[in-house]
Design a protein around this ligand. Sequence first.
Ligand SMILES: *Cc1c(COP(=O)(O)O)cnc(C)c1O
Length: 446
Amino acid sequence: MLEKSKSVLAYQATIFDRLESGVQSYARCFPTTFVRARGAEVWDAEGRRFVDFLAGAGSLNYGHNNPIFKEALISYIEGDGITHSLDLHTGAKEHFLNTLNDFILKPRGLDYVVQFTGPTGTNAVEAAIKLARKVTGRTNIISFTNGFHGCTLGSVALTGNKYFRDASGVPMQNATSMPYDGYFGDGVDTIAYLEMMLSDPSSGVSDPAAVILETVQGEGGLRAARTEWLRRLQALCRARNILLIVDDIQAGCGRTGSFFSFEPAGIVPDIVTLSKSLSAFGLPMAIVLINRSIDCWKPGEHNGTFRGNNHAFVTAATAIEHYWSSASFTESIAQKSRHLGERLQRLVDRFPSDLCEVRGRGMMRGIRCIDPAKAAMISAKAYENGLIIERSGPHDEVIKCLMPLTIENEQFDEGLDILGSAFETVCSAQNVRSINGDPAMIFAAE
Ligand SMILES: *Cc1c(COP(=O)(O)O)cnc(C)c1O
C-alpha cells in the first residue's frame, strides 16, 4: 500500500520526531495527529474519524468531552474558581469530598479517609506503600506476576514487566513477586502457595507490610482474580496483620461494572488507589483511600505541589452525582458488558486455532491471541479501518477493549464490527509473516 507508506514517511518528518523524546509509545501505534474528540469518537488533523476503544488507557470511562462535565467546568472557570491551591481547602474540594462520601463511600459502608497525592496513578501507589511501611514498620511488599503499578521506583518494583523494570537503572528492592490467580493454570492454588511462603520461617520471604494487587490486571493481560481467591487473600492478610492494598486505578470507576472493582467479592481493602477515570474528564487526579484507623500521616509528611486539581474536583464531583447516584449506570454497564462478552466469545469460537480465550471482567475485556505478532497485526488493521485499540500482556498478545462505558450502542457495534473484520483478515490469512509488532512495518510490508 504505497499511500500508507508515504504517510508513514511524512509522519517521520514531523516535530514529534525531531523534538519529542524516543520514549513515546502509543504514538508509534497510532501515527497521526489527533485534534478533536467527543464521546467515543476521535478525529485527526486530516479529518479522519476513529472509534476509540483505547479511551486514554482507561482514563476516559465517561467518554471524551462529556458535555455534562464540560459545562460544569466551563462555568467554574468563568466564575474564576480556584485553579491551584496546594492542599488548601476550596469549595471545589469540599463539593468533591461531599459527593464522594454521600454517593460512593457511605452507601457502601466504607470508612475511609482521603489522601490527595500528586496527580498521577504512580503517585498514589507510592503514597500507599509508604504509608503501609510506616504503619507496620516492615519494608517488604508482596505484589503479583503480571501486575502493573506505575513507573516510579517504588511502584515499578511492584510491577512485573521486565521492560519497565530494566529501565529503572537501580536494583528493584523491598518487594516480592508472587503468582497471581491462575498463573500456573487451573490446577495450582496460588493462595495456598502464598500462605506457605508466609508461614515457613525458612521460605526466604520477609514479612510484608502489605500485599498490593489489581483485581483485573490492566497492563498485564486482563487476567481477572476470582471472587473466592480475593476473599481468601483478604483472610490471609488479616490473619497476619498484612495490609491489603487494591490498586483500582484502571479497574475502578465503573470499568468492571461497579464503582470499585472489589465490590462483588465483598472484600474491604485497607488501602485503595484511584486515578485514571476518577476526574472523569481526562484531567490528572489521584487519591488514596485509607482505612481511618491506619491514617498515621503527620502533617506534610508526604507532600507535593499538585495535590488537588480543582478543575478535576469539579468534573469528578459532577460525574459521581450524575452517574453514581442511582443504579441506572451500573445496569447499563452490565448490559454492555454482556454484549461485549458475547461478541468477543463469538470471535474466539470462530478462530480457535489463532485465539485462546476471552479474558477480563465487565468492560475491561479482551482476547488473548496465540501469536503476539497476529495481535499486533489485528490492532494495526483495525487502526487502518478507523478503530483505535491497544494490546496488553507480557508479549502484547491480548487485544484489549477499553471503550468508554458511555459509548452509544451504534458506535459500540461499529467498533466491534471493525475489530471483527480485522480478526477476519489476519486470522484467516495463510502463512502470515511474523513482523515483530511494529505497525509501521506492517504498513510498509503491505
Ligand atoms: C495506569 C496505572 C498505574 C499508573 O498510573 P500513572 O498515571 O500512569 O502513573 C498504576 N496502577 C494501575 C493499575 C494502572 O493501570
